[in-house]
Structures are given as structure tokens and as C-alpha cells.
Design a protein around this ligand. Sequence first.
Ligand SMILES: [Zn+2]
Length: 335
Amino acid sequence: MEQFLKALPKVELHAHLNGSLGIDSLRDLAERLNGSASDKFLELCFIRSEKDLDACFETFTFVHQLTSSPDGLRYATELAVRDFAHDNVQYVELRTTPKATANYSRREYLEIVIDAIIGARKKYPYIMVKLLPSINRAEPVDVAKETVSLALQLAQTHPDLILGIDLSGNPAKGRFSDFAPTLAKAREKGLKLVIHCAEINNPLEVKEMLEFGMSRCGHGSFLTMEEIKQLKERNVPVECCLTSNIKSGTVSSLKEHHLKRIMEAGAPKVICTDDSGVFDTTLTRELLLATETFGLTREDCIALTLEAVHHSFASDQERKKMVETVVNYAASLLK
Ligand SMILES: [Zn+2]
């Protein structure tokens, strides 16, 4: 099964750029920037055992230090693409919160990432990479407004690359209602919305988010059956990230994971990594966990991949190409 999943041309729809660097890539990056990697530093970049969500957000800040220069950010983007390409991911939508540091502005941050993605296309032609700028809900609304404005401007020059906006960050911070008008503007102007929703138990906010609407729901760990049914009616998939939810302590065990309830309800879902580097996983590994925990077959995994193609923000032509790649892979196994 593992070999089959590794070679499967996979589709990743929920991946944060800074959290997606594996240990080898972090070492490459640290060595390139600092001459030699400090093992202690690398230790801080990973969630080894189960921690709470706050500890995870603290961990991310260590990784962010490595990408606080233009060179670090550019190389980190290339390495993230490399890691997904090595796992045979044929399509990835990367999310990232544009940051302003002493070394770059938020606009320059996005321009560097876009440049790096375009450069990585030549090195890793097998994988299609898209970008969803993120709003960090722990930051002020004015920053969110700037992010949406930049995303809209850059989407004009890179319409095949910038496809949507993500709302993420520590779910215990910020209020959804404060960001809703900015997200609504992004949607009106044609960007898709992916929203981290029901990541913690916050029923009032989940209600607000579902009323507002979204193209895909990030995590959805605390969705009620009623809410799962609502998403099914609207054909909105839940982006299920098994290891991430376990390691950040929002789901108690794999067997208890809400992917089971979503599958039983026949509601749309996609399996994703969230932060494959920080949580020390890959999309192959996440699919393997799903097969081991819920008894999924190879056919189920192919169907899940085609479902991910369907819910991606790729163009019709790109989706057609992805379906062909998956169907050809499945056919090659029957020979
Ligand atoms: Zn996420």
C-alpha cells in the first residue's frame, strides 16, 4: 500500500509554506543561511510528540526565523516545492501569510514567493504549484486588508498562480466577524476562500463562518453532524489533516478523527498535510494513516485523489490533465 500511495500522483490542497519543509530541507536551508545547522535549532522546529495548539504556533516562529531574509524565503519556497515533488504530489496549493520584516515588505514577500515558484517550475516540471495568500487572524484587520489588496493586484499579473485567500492563524485569537468584510471583498473580486473553521470548539463562530460561506473548510474538527450535512449540501469539502490534528491535540485519536463521520455522511473531503515539515509527515503518510485507520482500499485512495482534483482551484484544463494522470496511473497497475 505504501508504495502504491507514494507513486500515486497526489493532490495537496492544505499546505502552509513555512510549515512544509522537511528535516532535510530545513537543514539545507539553515546551512545555506548560517553556514552550519544548529541541531538545537532544528529540534525547536519540530513537533515530536503531542502538544497543545499554542505550542505548535510557538514552534512555527522558529521556522519563520529561517525565512526572514529574501534569500531564505526564496530558497525555502523552492525546498517546499521540492519536498512535495519528491512525494509525487502533482499539484499543490501553498498558503502563506505575507510578512513584513526589516528585509522585505509584504508585497516583496509575495513577489519573492511568486518568483521562487516560477523558478521551481523549471526544476520540478512534474508539479503544478499555486498560491493562496493567508490572513493571520491574530494580526490586525488592516494587515488583512493589505494582504487582500496585494493578492488582488498580483492575481492580475499572475492569474494562473494566485487563486484564493486563506484565513488561518491561532483560532483562539481574533474574531471572524472582524475579517468577514475583507474576505467578502476578496470573494467579490473573484478570489476563492479557504477558511480554517471549527479547528477548536467555537460553535458561534462556526455558525457565522458557515453562514458566510467558503469554498473549502480547513480542519472542521468540531463540526456537528448537522454542519457536516450543510457542507455536503453546498458541496464544500473539509480539508482533513490527520497527523496535524493529533499532534496539535484537537482530535484525541486517529480512530476518533472526524474524517470517519464525514465519510459516513457521504460529505465531501480531502486529505491534506497542513504542515508536513513541522508535523513530520507527507501526503503519502497521511493517506496511509487513513487506509490503516479506516480500512480504505486503493480504489478509495484513487477516488479521494480525484475528489481533491475536483475541489482544487485549478483551471478546467489543468484538472482534466490531473484526472488523466491519475486514471493512467490506476490503469498502469492493472497491466
Ligand atoms: Zn492549516
